[in-house]
Ligand binder design. Structure first.
Ligand SMILES: Nc1nc2c(ncn2[C@@H]2O[C@H](COP(=O)(O)OP(=O)(O)OP(=O)(O)O)[C@@H](O)[C@H]2O)c(=O)[nH]1
Ligand SMILES: [Mg+2]
Ligand SMILES: [Zn+2]
Length: 352
């Protein structure tokens, strides 16, 4: 029997489970989501599960199970089951689908920490890291920065200095899967029962890093050694592995774009502008654009805050606001359509 806490079960899960009508059936966590079936890990072993017809037809695209989701399932035999209930998601990492105005893609759920993985070299894109930080923290998840392939880098090109505004609040690890630099520090940082997701461009070494942490080669990695390795897309699915020393790691395929979807009214993403500044604005709901007594604007004037970081912040906020607006419109349209369909059904019933 496996201990569910090892997979990230908390008191929150107990609370939902005990009041679920299905609380006599086993709970489990989705480790891999395929097109129509789901690999689920439970206290009695691993199961390949499908959704009940009811769930299959009632769930929206972004509600169908993803890696990290908790489910309740009915076993069919020793390794097959049917998912009958889904735990309400918490701390879900999403991104805007590339090109689509208002659709989001769910990357993983019940995530404690999201690791932004980038190659440690002079082309490091700070603006891109800030964008990841905004989205991750906007979703209530803690960001972590991991800079890989340190073995290829003899000069640091002032990279850590360029990350100073982030490193005040965010843990940064410089690692190498080749020389094992930073791996044991990272392993120590990963606590038992905590869920980590690894995101970043293709070829930065996410799967290699997870293999270094687990100490085996279970995830396939690109075979051609390259310092950039852009656009290779070796990993094709989101996959969960459990560290023997404790901790749940989710590998993801590389992404080129990471569109933001967070809710600007509730977001905490502005803290990447320097947390203590943010708190000393006169108004607690300061937009940091024109308000009197804005500590952020003052910091830019005084040269304490990098103008490029600030401009990027504004750009990301605007993008998130646009996403929220188009999502609102889409929901409104959906609601209207549902109403029309129901009107039509009633009309038909009366006239049949
Ligand atoms: N020199 C060096 N090469 C590395 C290191 N980590 C990964 N690589 C190489 O970089 C390439 C890409 O590594 P992957 O682990 O497949 O990268 P990934 O981020 O998982 O890529 P996708 O799955 O496509 O998103 C492979 O050829 C690795 O051998 C490292 O620390 N040092
Ligand atoms: Mg990979
Ligand atoms: Zn302000």
């Amino acid at each position: 029997m496996n201990n569910l806490e090892t997979f990230g079960w908390t008191s929150h899960h107990t609370e939902y489970y005990t009041q679920s009508p299905y609380n006599t059936l086993p709970p489990g966590r989705v480790t891999v989501a395929h097109k129509t079936c789901y690999e689920v890990i439970a206290s009695t072993g691993e199961f390949v599960c499908e959704l009940t017809g009811r769930l299959l037809f009632s769930l929206q695209e972004d509600e169908i199970p993803c890696t990290g989701d908790w489910v309740i399932f009915q076993t069919i035999d020793d390794n097959k089951g049917i998912i009958v209930d889904l735990f309400p998601r918490q701390k879900t990492l999403t991104r805007k689908r590339a090109g689509k105005r208002s659709e989001k893609q769910v990357i993983a759920s019940f995530v404690d920490k999201a690791c932004i993985v980038e190659t440690f070299n002079e082309t490091l894109n700070i603006r891109k890291i800030e964008r990841f930080v905004a989205q991750i923290s906007g979703e209530g998840i803690s960001p972590v920065i991991i800079l890989t392939k340190a073995d290829l880098q003899s000069d640091s090109y002032g990279i850590t200095e360029r990350l100073l505004h982030l490193s005040k609040n965010i843990p940064i690890f410089i690692t190498s899967s080749q020389s094992s630099q930073g791996i044991s520090d990272l392993k120590e940082f990963i606590k038992d029962g905590e869920t980590f997701v690894f995101i970043g461009s293709s070829g930065v070494g996410k799967s290699s890093l997870i293999n270094s942490l687990t100490g085996d080669d279970r995830l396939s990695t690109s075979t051609i050694s390259s310092s950039t390795g852009k656009g290779r897309h070796t990993s094709v699915r989101r996959e969960m592995v459990i560290l023997e020393t404790g901790g749940i790691l989710i590998d993801t395929p590389g992404v080129r774009e990471f569109g933001v979807t967070f809710d600007t009214t509730e977001s905490e993403s502005s803290w990447f502008l320097i947390d203590d500044l943010n708190q000393s604005c006169r108004f607690s709901n300061c937009s940091h654009t024109s308000e009197p007594g804005c500590a952020v604007l003052k910091a830019i004037q005084d040269g304490l805050l990098d103008n490029e970081t600030y401009q990027n912040y504004l750009k990301i906020q605007l993008e998130a606001a646009r996403y929220q607006e188009s999502e609102h419109q889409r929901r409104e349209k959906d609601r209207k359509l549902t109403r029309l369909i129901s009107n039509y059904k009633n009309f038909k019933k009366k006239n049949d």
